[in-house]
Ligand binder design. Structure first.
Ligand code: SF4
Length: 406
């Protein structure tokens, strides 16, 4: 698709202290532009979120979720929030309940994660994926995403939210994450446990490991930062014995499958009833699945909305590139937690500076565009910009004189 898509953007920077310049107002304005009127009375609307895990509270604030839910209800529709069963069952600990969100929270593939529809794929090595049944039952989709880093591909955004989050656990963890092993990167017949241990000892991330279940060596691609383009210690330690290689094919396969998996979900909906919202707030280095508090590696940017999944993730990545990494936080993070590129000004996307050059976050956007899911060309339409609100007439009363209980 070569058309130019619109991406609506509300920055965290206000032009005035008045409430009309607040993020809540910006979200409301973005929703107005997205135009939920295609959602009809009585329809069931899935609000696909990542509700986090355990103690990982850095997800989309319930404050904004409630506003999105209320905006859907204005059309007489029935929204429900959905995510994997574990995240749903313990969502209450992170503040998400029916009372706070304003709608039910339902496990995406049923209470036992087994309510699925099997879909075929054209991806080599992957015959089928089990798409989440509750999600597919919906008439409309709001893809409500927390944009952040991701160990497998550098970036977790709108694609990732439905490509991994839209499937049952085994599809997500075994099939989609497992695609990284499809392309051969060493000769298993020449590998021994002892030799693998040598590789593991050489790696600062301890990424090469012996998989006892499969009784074979494996690289944990999620952990590997490719030595940030420098000497790859594991390759050096291998000394050519097993032809151990760190190349882009393994990393790319994950992103290509993500694009294909997202397309399967999106194709299940009427195009006019799909909306994407990316929250570029609390941008952590890793996925919300981590279940822990994480350092903020990119300062808050704002909220984006679009009808085009390609455009919204491209715009999100471009804004992250403009923002750059949060050097103050990054410099304090020890290598035991995360090893970033020693050159924080390297000519790479900030998420590659964090996760390594082969985890190019734009790849999923390119794969998605090639599959006709949208356009990487976009117009950024800023709502209630600081320039606009700073010159808007201020309301006379800004503070309540006494309790109003509203
Ligand atoms: S490239 Fe570097 S980080 Fe990756 S497995 Fe090899 S030694 Fe470890």
């Amino acid at each position: 698709m070569s058309s130019i898509s619109e991406v609506y953007y509300g920055s965290t920077i206000p032009g005035t202290t008045a409430r009309f310049a607040n993020m809540s107002e910006k979200l409301d304005r973005i929703i107005e532009y997205l135009d939920f009127s295609s959602i009809k009375k009585g329809e069931k609307v899935a609000v696909k979120m990542h509700l986090g895990f355990s103690d990982g509270y850095q997800t989309v604030p319930v404050f904004f979720v409630r506003r999105v839910v209320d905006a859907i209800k204005k059309h007489g529709a029935y929204p429900f929030i959905t995510d994997n069963p574990t995240a749903v069952y313990n969502a209450v600990y992170r503040g998400y309940t029916q009372e706070t969100c304003g709608c039910p929270i339902i496990p995406i593939a049923g209470i036992k994660d087994g309510y699925v529809t099997t879909k075929s794929t054209d991806i080599e090595g992957v015959t089928s994926l089990d798409a989440a049944g509750v999600l597919l039952d919906a008439d409309a989709l709001v893809n409500l995403t927390h944009s952040k880093g991701h160990g497998s591909c550098g970036y977790g955004g709108a694609f990732k939210n439905i490509a991994l989050g839209g499937y049952s656990g085994p599809t997500r963890w075994v099939t989609i994450h497992g695609i990284v092993y499809r392309d051969k990167y060493f000769d298993q017949t020449k590998m021994t446990k002892e030799h693998l241990q040598k590789l593991r000892d050489s790696c600062p991330r301890k990424a090469p490991m012996w998989n006892d279940r499969k009784n074979m060596a494996e690289l944990q691609f999620y952990e590997c930062d490719q030595c940030h383009g420098g000497t790859q210690f594991c390759v050096e330690a291998d000394g050519g014995l097993t032809n151990w290689t760190i190349h882009h094919e393994n990393f790319d396969a994950f992103q290509e499958l993500m694009a294909a998996a997202a397309k399967i979900i999106l194709d299940s909906f009427d195009k006019s009833k799909v909306f994407h919202l990316n929250f570029l707030l609390d941008i952590t280095p890793f996925c919300d699945c981590m279940g822990t508090a994480m350092p903020i590696v990119i300062d808050d940017i704002g909220i984006l909305g679009s009808k085009d999944i390609v455009a919204i993730d491209k715009a999100s990545l471009d804004l992250i590139a403009i923002q750059g990494i949060n050097e103050n936080a990054i410099r304090k993070i020890p290598e035991s937690y995360m090893r970033v590129n020693s050159d924080l000004k390297a000519n790479l996307h900030p998420l590659q500076i964090i996760h390594g050059p082969l985890k190019d976050p734009y790849k999923v956007v390119r794969f998605g565009e090639a599959r006709g899911l949208g356009s990487s060309k976009y117009t950024l339409v800023e709502v209630l910009s600081p320039e606009e609100t700073s010159t808007t007439e201020q309301p006379k009363i800004q503070y309540e004189p006494g309790p109003t209980f509203f």
